[in-house]
Design a protein around this ligand. Structure first.
Ligand code: FAD
Ligand code: NAP
Length: 490
């Protein structure tokens, strides 16, 4: 049974209202006082949590804080530009934002412009849904060479994220026409597809203009995807694999012997897992397609290879050294002591995103890279912190698609709603709190220009209009000042 967290004297000094924290009250959600909820982060986790709260707590007033002037998190800056159908989820988010008791405050970073204490003083409940803004490192020699790039940076670059727009990505002046990608998840396939896809098609999407210009000059013709385990352990899914196999003028290569051997040895296991079976059937079919060598481009899936070192000429990375692995009789992966050098002009590390702490007042599990929680309720030292919740990638780690994030947000919202109905919150529910009103003056004094949802709609409109004129679905603004100027123009 979880106990309630008791704040330390440090917290007590800073919060005069704290004595009321452990009082359990049963207040009807129909009370006329607004239940003030702050949500940190405007990705799918934040919006879906808001939606569930709106449906169940009629007097909830939700304020959503976002560090960028624009909403939607990875839907805008992660989802690949050639997947517009995925981005349609923003129609749902727009309808959530149109609720009269919902406010969006863009360009406000919690942990920098406002501390978590500021929110604790002015809200009944806080939901942290700020995602994962870092990436995992391999920790092998020469990882910091300039042409060893994280897939996260590359994705942000082609999607026009303001912090990555000026990344010095050079796909032209390379000493090899091969790009190496480490990791075999869906992000790796997104990156491989963008590198190999027909640029005429790609430029019609909302891909950033600087990326189009560089991709047009790109020397890359071949992509090698390196993974440490075998065919049964690929982390990408069938839909994304199908897109790779359908790339024009592009051959798929892999070690047919390893693929067939692993599939044949796992017949029983595969008969119980239809999705995995379908995926492996696709790989088998892919390798049987035309391999006459007539195609000018290729992508290779290299199994059982653990990166050991980025090859360096002293200035730039020239490729990757890998140690070959095998599965022992007990099914455990083991290294063979055999090595292979893979030559390449650029290496992209795509081994996963990870979250970081944003404020020392919030507990953080540095091993799992998440905020410790029980069904979305934040836990500190084994006790629930009243009124503090997490949702999305910061809650469960950087894994899962938008739909899994929606289910996860539902679980968090259910915990929050249960607590509100039982009178459990950060501040007594019968206390009238001022929410953003109290914080607005401070942000103004500090020169922080907030961006409302209707301000964002001006940016949205301009991006669509300028995109349309160029035959694109949208031309994203990539400069924060330009975003703010557009947002604040009457
Ligand atoms: P995010 O979407 O990352 O949202 C977090 C938000 O918090 C961001 O807007 C961020 O700016 C904001 N923030 C961060 N720190 C602060 C702070 N201190 N203060 C205020 N705001 C802050 N799923 C699919 O279903 N289909 C796909 O095609 C697909 N493609 C993907 C492509 C990539 C490259 C990646 C990485 C993921 C993809 N996903 C896809 C998965 C999907 O994007 C995630 O499941 C989902 O976005 C996670 O939602 P989230 O709200 O937890 O995080
Ligand atoms: P992921 O699916 O977790 O894949 C990470 C890959 O990196 C795996 O192949 C993993 O191999 C490998 N890896 C991890 N640590 C490694 C190490 N130290 N050394 C070598 N390899 C290592 O992560 P992701 O691709 O970043 O995707 C994140 C989430 O977003 C996923 O749930 C994904 O489905 C989702 N997403 C969805 C879409 C889509 O729906 N189109 C697009 C993009 C992303 P092991 O398995 O051996 O650890």
């Amino acid at each position: 049974m979880l106990k309630l967290f008791r704040f330390s004297p440090k917290h007590l000094d800073r919060l005069s209202f704290i004595s009321s924290l452990h009082r359990s009250r049963f207040i009807s959600t129909a009370s006329s006082n607004p239940v003030r909820v702050a949500i940190v982060g405007s990705g799918p986790a934040g919006f879906y949590t808001a939606s569930y709260i709106q449906k169940s707590v009629p007097n909830a007033h939700i304020d959503m804080f976002e560090s960028l002037p624009v909403p939607y998190g990875l839907v805008r800056y992660g989802v690949a530009p050639d997947h517009p159908e995925v981005k349609n989820v923003t129609n749902k988010f727009e309808s959530i934002a149109s609720h009269p008791n919902f406010n969006f405050y863009g360009n406000v970073t919690i942990g920098k412009d406002l501390a978590i204490y500021d929110l604790q003083a002015n809200y009944h409940s806080i939901v942290l849904s700020y995602g994962a803004s870092e990436d995992k490192k391999l920790g092998i020699p020469n990882e910091s060479l300039p042409n060893v790039i994280s897939a996260r940076s590359f994705v942000n670059w082609y999607n026009g994220h303001p912090d990555f727009a000026n990344l010095p990505i050079d796909l032209e002046n390379l000493n090899s026409d091969t790009a190496i990608i480490i990791g075999a998840g869906n992000v790796a396939l997104d990156v491989a597809r963008i590198l190999l896809m027909d640029i005429e098609e790609l430029q019609k999407t909302d891909i950033a203009d600087h990326a189009v210009k560089m991709l047009k000059r790109s020397k890359i013709k071949h992509v090698v995807i390196v993974m440490r385990r075998g065919p049964l352990q690929v982390a990408f899914t069938s839909k994304e694999l199908r897109e790779m196999l359908a790339l024009t003028d592009t051959e798929f290569k892999t070690d047919r012997n390893i693929l067939e051997h692993h599939v044949n040895s796992a017949k029983d296991e595969l008969s119980k897992d239809r999705a995995k079976r379908r995926l492996l059937d696709l790989l088998l079919k892919g390798i049987q397609q035309d391999s006459s060598g007539a195609k000018t481009k290729s992508w290779t899936l290299k199994f059982l290879s653990t990166p050991t070192e980025f090859l360096s000429d002293g200035k730039l990375c020239q490729g990757l050294n890998v140690e070959k692995n095998e599965f022992a009789n007990d099914g455990k992966l083991q290294s063979t002591g055999l090595f292979e050098e893979i030559k390449g002009g650029i290496v992209l590390r795509s081994i996963g995103y990870e979250s970081t702490p944003i404020d020392e007042g919030i507990p953080f599990d540095h091993r799992k890279k998440i905020i410790p929680n029980d069904t979305g309720r934040v836990i500190r030292d084994g006790a629930v912190v009243p009124g503090l919740y997490v949702a999305g990638w910061i809650k469960r780690g950087a894994t899962g698609v938008i739909v899994s994030t929606m289910f996860d947000a539902n679980e968090t919202a259910t915990s929050l709603i249960e607590d509100i109905n039982a009178g459990r919150s950060m501040n007594p529910l019968d206390t009238e709190l001022s929410g953003f009103e109290e914080l607005e003056k401070r942000l103004k004094d500090e020169g922080v220009q907030t961006v409302s949802f209707s301000d964002w709609e001006k940016i949205d409109k301009l991006e669509k209009l300028t995109g349309e004129a160029m035959g694109k679905s949208r031309l994203k603004l990539i400069d924060v000042n330009e975003m703010i100027n557009t947002a604040t123009t009457k």
